[in-house]
Design a protein around this ligand. Sequence first.
Ligand code: CTP
Length: 397
Amino acid sequence: MLADRRIVLGVTGGIAAYKAVEVCRRLVDAGAHVTPVLTAGALRFVGRTTFDALASERAETSLWDEEHPIPHTRLARTAEAVVVAPATARLIAAYRIGLSDDLLSAALIATEAPVVICPAMHTEMWEHVAVQENLRVLAERGVTIVPPEEGRLAGGDVGKGRLAEPETIVRVVADLFAPKDMEGLHVLVTAGGTREPIDPVRFIGNRSSGRQGLALASEAVSRGAKVTLVTAAAPPEQPTMEVVPVETAAEMEAAVLERAEGCDVIVMAAAVADFRPAVVSADKIKKERGVPVVELEATPDILANLGSSKKPGQTLVGFAAETFDLRSNAAEKLHRKGADFIVANDVSVPGVGFEHDTNQVVILSAEGTHVETEHTSKREIARTVFDTIMAARAGNQ
Ligand code: CTP
């Protein structure tokens, strides 16, 4: 997807500037034509020679001393994407207000190409209301923000603000050029594990992190779909889709059924609790009253409800988390719930399913076909799931 794409890689002055070297290398390895643009601040952290050696063109560092008389407009016009990694609070603020005080900020203002901003800074700065507001405004203007991660920061501090991994940044850039084969489709994805309250402070839950659901929603967005994410997990930062936060199975059912009719594809990736307390105590249950007996009742089966009222042309996808007899259990669920596909994973295998960044699945179809994946990232799994769905939809037309 990145082959021959002309990418401007902006690097600003933060300790994470050294990671931009890896971003540059990965973009070049993927076939992109990369022009690095380093700010004066970046040059205090990394040498331009490193970028000269790795990139497709010499690094550019100034509005004034390049061969070309107006380097910012040349860069802005030829770029197919501009990526800033790391982006300091200063660069983000300058871009938000349209201030062009160096080559990179001038090129950002002059370009019509998609822009990806990858912030990196100390946690206090990241959390500052001005930085958050600037990023929100940029996101509203269509700029893609790759949020920082938790981890070690300059000076030995630990917290949120570490530049996203180079692999993540390159994937986001590649997504800009992904084929838009899901344009015109409305996709609803559920994610996370529902929480069923016992009293105001306690709940019955499960180990789902919501990562597979979020990966599915992000993949569908990058392929051009309109996406609604109904999630019982923490909502994504700077989401690129409609997000409906829910907590319980009942809330998830209401949110899904309300929207189901208008959806072309529904993927139930959530781990919906099967049981909930029959009675929820209004007050916290006190210890001195002894160990409580909590009577459980079944929750509604959302997937089965969707299966029994499926609209013509709608594709219904369920997940099956199993610990034994993966295929036969999953095939039974596929038919019992009236789904078109079941994505089955054996969660007893290390690194598969709940709370991991990776997964390995078998996708079973109601037609009797199956697709097996490697043990890979949840995003790759998402890609295979939608490849399978889209191939079936094309066959059914
Ligand atoms: N599901 C649902 N509503 C429920 C329970 C599950 O919509 N109350 C959906 C899940 O989102 C998933 C699929 O059904 O897509 C299978 O969930 P799973 O928990 O594996 O299956 P169960 O039907 O609960 O069967 P069991 O727990 O006995 O394996």
